[in-house]
Design a protein around this ligand. Structure first.
Ligand SMILES: Nc1ncnc2c1ncn2[C@@H]1O[C@H](COP(=O)(O)OP(=O)(O)OP(=O)(O)O)[C@@H](O)[C@H]1O
Ligand SMILES: [Mg+2]
Length: 455
C-alpha cells in the first residue's frame, strides 16, 4: 500500500529532519504546523516498527478536526484491504508494523492525570502554548521507555495562551534552567508566507491576517511573542527609550522615592502558588511607583518545605527595617481579605501581626480592580502613565504582561496563572481609585476569526 503525504514546504522540511530532543515549530498562524505534525507522525510510524506516538491538542473537537479526521483520510482508513486501522474507543491508529499513533486532549488537571501511566516514544503537543506549563511537564513525563526508538517532543505554537511564557522562555528567549540543556532545544519559525499551499489555495486567509488589529496581526502574522491574543494588559510597555525620561514606558530606572510620598505594602498569600508582597509609593499627583517586591513560594518546590506565614512576616519586617527607602517610614499594609480566614484558630493576619506586620483588608472586587489597573496603565498625551515599576522588580515585570483572560469568565484574569503580584497591586490600586481615564484601552478577548477547521 502507498501513502501519499504530499510535499513539505521548506520550513516543514526542516522540521521533518530536525533531530533535537525538543523541537518547536511555527510561532505564527497558518504556517502549516498541524500538517507537519501529521506528516511527521506518519513518517515515524512507518520508519520505526512498533513505535508509540501521541498527538495532543487542547480539546477533543480540535483533535478530531485537525488530526483524527485528516489522518483517517490521508491513510485511507476503512478502505477494503487497508491494513491500517483506527480504533475509536482507544482513539488510536494501528499500523500493521505494530506502530501506534495515540490521540489525546488536555484542557484541565483531570485530563492530564489520565495520561499518567501512558508511555510513549514521541509526543506531539499541537498548539502547545494553549497548554498550561504544569500540564506540559506532566505530559512530557510520558516520553520514556527502554527501547532504542528516538525519544522526542515536538511543540507547535502560536504566541498567546496559558503556555506562552513557558514556550517563549525555552525556544525564543532560550533562557534555560539548571536541568535544561540548550543543545536539546530547537525552534523553526514558520509563517503563513512559508506555506505556499495555503497561499495558493486560500489567498483570502493571508488578507484576513493582514487586516487584523495591531496586536493580533503582530502575533499571528509576524510571530511577535511580545504581543499576543488574550493578553490582559495589552497596553503594557517596557520601552528602553523611556526608562530614563519615564515616557511611554511602565518600566523605569530606579529613582529616589520622596520622603513625603505615601507608602503602601500590598500582600497576597498563596498556599501552593507563590506569595507576593509589593511596596508602592504614591506621589503628589496620585501616581503609583512600585519600587520593591518580595516574591516567593510558600512551599519550596525542591525540598517540599512549607514556608510559614510567620517566616514571611519576619522577612517583610526585616526588609522594612533595613531597606533605605522603607526604614523608619509609615507603611500602610493592604492584603487579600482571605488572610483573615481562620483555619487553625489563628488567621494568617494574626500570625503576621505577632511579627509586627499589620494589614487592613483590601477590596478584592475583581473587575473594579482590573479596571483600576487599566486606568493606571493608560498613557496621557505626553506618554506619562499613572503606574510605574522599577526595573529592579523583575517578577512584576515578568508576570504582569503575560496574564491572560479566563476562558470561562472572559472579562477577568485567568487565576491559574502567576497572578499573585497582580493581586497584591490590585488591592493597593483599590485604596487609591482613579476616575476612568480617557485613553484607557479595554481590550476584550478576541474570538479566533481564523479557525480553519471551523470554517
Ligand atoms: N505541505 C503542504 N502541502 C499541502 N497543503 C498544506 C501543506 N502544509 C499546509 N497545508 C495546508 O495549509 C493549511 C494550513 O495548514 P495547517 O493547518 O497545518 O496550519 P497551522 O499552522 O496548523 O494553522 P493554525 O495556526 O490555524 O493552527 C491547511 O489546509 C493544510 O492542509
Ligand atoms: Mg494548526
Amino acid at each position: 500500500m502507498q501513502i501519499d503525504l504530499g510535499r513539505p514546504n521548506a520550513k516543514q522540511d526542516l522540521f521533518l529532519r530536525d533531530h533535537h530532543k525538543h523541537v518547536a515549530f511555527g510561532g505564527a498562524r497558518g504556517g502549516g504546523k498541524s500538517w507537519a505534525v501529521r506528516a511527521k507522525a506518519v513518517l515515524l510510524a512507518c520508519k520505526h516498527a512498533g513505535i508509540k506516538i501521541m498527538i495532543i491538542r487542547k480539546s477533543y473537537p480540535e483533535l478530531q478536526q485537525n488530526h483524527i479526521r485528516p489522518l483517517r483520510e490521508l491513510l485511507k482508513i476503512g478502505m477494503p484491504g487497508n491494513p491500517i486501522k483506527y480504533n475509536d474507543s482507544r482513539k488510536e491508529i494501528q499500523f500493521p508494523n505494530g506502530s501506534l499513533i495515540l490521540f489525546g486532549y488536555c484542557s484541565n488537571d483531570n485530563d492530564v492525570s489520565r495520561y499518567q501511566g501512558t508511555e510513549v516514544d514521541v509526543l506531539f503537543l499541537d498548539e502547545a502554548t494553549h497548554l498550561d506549563e504544569d500540564w506540559i511537564k506532566k505530559l512530557r513525563a510520558c516520553v520514556r521507555g527502554v527501547n532504542e526508538f528516538p525519544k522526542r517532543i515536538y511543540y507547535t505554537c502560536n504566541p498567546g495562551g496559558k503556555g506562552h511564557a513557558f514556550i517563549k522562555r525555552l525556544f525564543i528567549d532560550r533562557d534555560f534552567m539548571a536541568d535544561e540543556y540548550p543543545e536539546d532545544y530547537s525552534f523553526i519559525q514558520s509563517m503563513v508566507y512559508d506555506n505556499y499551499a495555503l497561499m495558493e489555495s486560500d489567498p483570502e486567509y493571508v488578507k484576513q491576517l493582514e487586516a487584523l488589529p495591531d496586536a493580533l496581526r503582530k502575533a499571528w502574522l509576524e510571530g511577535d511573542w511580545n504581543a499576543f491574543v488574550g493578553q490582559v494588559f495589552a497596553e503594557w510597555r517596557n520601552n528602553p527609550d523611556g526608562h530614563k525620561n519615564r515616557r511611554w514606558s511602565h518600566v523605569v530606572d530606579d529613582f529616589d522615592i520622596d520622603s513625603s510620598w505615601k507608602i503602601y505594602r500590598g500582600f497576597d498569600f498563596g498556599y501552593t502558588k507563590p506569595f507576593a508582597c509589593v511596596w508602592i509609593a504614591v506621589d503628589h499627583y496620585g501616581r503609583m511607583i512600585l519600587f520593591k517586591e518580595y516574591y516567593g513560594c510558600t512551599r519550596q518546590a525542591d525540598t517540599g518545605v512549607q514556608m510559614q506565614p510567620r517566616e514571611i512576616a519576619q522577612k517583610i519586617h526585616e526588609i522594612e527595617k533595613t531597606d533605605p527607602v522603607l526604614k523608619g517610614r509609615k507603611i500602610i499594609g493592604i492584603a487579600d481579605p482571605a488572610i483573615w480566614q481562620m483555619t487553625t484558630g489563628e488567621s494568617i493576619a494574626d500570625m503576621m501581626e505577632k511579627e509586627g506586620v499589620y494589614f487592613s483588608k483590601g477590596d478584592h472586587t475583581r473587575l473594579a480592580g482590573l479596571m483600576q489597573m487599566h486606568y493606571r496603565l493608560a498613557f496621557d498625551e505626553e506618554g506619562f502613565p499613572m503606574f510605574y515599576v522599577f526595573k529592579s522588580c523583575r517578577n512584576v515585570i515578568r508576570t504582569l504582561p503575560i496574564l491572560i483572560y479566563d476562558e470561562k469568565h472572559p472579562e477577568d484574569v485567568d487565576t491559574t496563572m502567576e497572578d499573585h503580584l497582580y493581586d497584591a497591586i490590585r488591592y493597593v490600586c483599590m485604596e487609591n481609585p482613579l476616575n476612568p481615564r480617557k485613553s484607557a484601552v479595554w481590550t476584550p478577548p478576541e474570538e479566533d476569526p481564523l479557525n480553519m477547521w471551523q470554517r
